[in-house]
Write a protein that binds this ligand. Structure first.
Ligand SMILES: [Zn+2]
Length: 183
């Protein structure tokens, strides 16, 4: 008999989910002070490839996260509060590994906890026009945002291991030609 779980993910008791229709349904709010570096979420679920992902209901696709080349983590339930975390172009949380979300700075009670999808996404499975309202809002969130040098700088240490590996590889690819140019 298959085991069943009420929850697939971990969510810090310092967070609580709220309705947020203007942001696609929900959001996560800090209910008490959070320190920089504190663990907030550990996502869980099932791993699917791109073909399988595209056949899933839109809501599950939207709440999935890319964890490796062509592989995505999907929570096989409609309501998993850890998946309610929204994107922001001025995030206060980032990734550690592939599945763990930590605070990038101290977060006050009442603040929404957000990460930047550029920290996890490197394919165009979830692109959208962003209205996060941050002064640094880039207007459109795409699967190529991790390539932007300013984001690589700003989120250093907070990209998922998968995206960091892509960044490291892209730097290695660029370096020889830069050397040739400099010579
Ligand atoms: Zn934005």
């Amino acid at each position: 008999m298959a085991a069943s779980f009420e929850r697939y993910a971990y969510m810090s008791p310092k967070l609580h989910p709220v309705e947020s229709p203007e942001k696609g349904g929900h959001g996560l709010i800090a209910r008490e002070p959070i320190q920089a570096g504190e663990r907030l979420l550990v996502w869980g679920g099932a791993i699917v490839d791109h073909d399988r992902l595209k056949k899933l209901p839109a809501i599950l696709q939207r709440r999935s996260v890319q964890v490796d080349d062509g592989l995505y983590l999907v929570t096989p339930v409609k309501d998993e509060p850890a998946d309610y975390i929204n994107h922001s172009c001025a995030p206060n949380a980032g990734l550690q590994g592939q599945l763990t979300v930590v605070a990038m700075r101290a977060i006050d009670p009442g603040e929404e906890v957000c990460f930047d999808y550029a920290m996890t996404d490197a394919s165009p499975y979830d692109q959208f026009d962003c209205e996060c309202g941050a002064p640094t809002c880039r207007g459109r969130v795409t699967g190529n945002d991790w390539l932007l040098p300013e984001l690589q700088e700003r989120y250093r240490g907070y990209f998922s291991t998968y995206v960091q590996r892509l960044i490291d590889r892209s730097v290695e690819r660029v370096r020889p030609s830069q050397i040739a140019w400099a010579l």
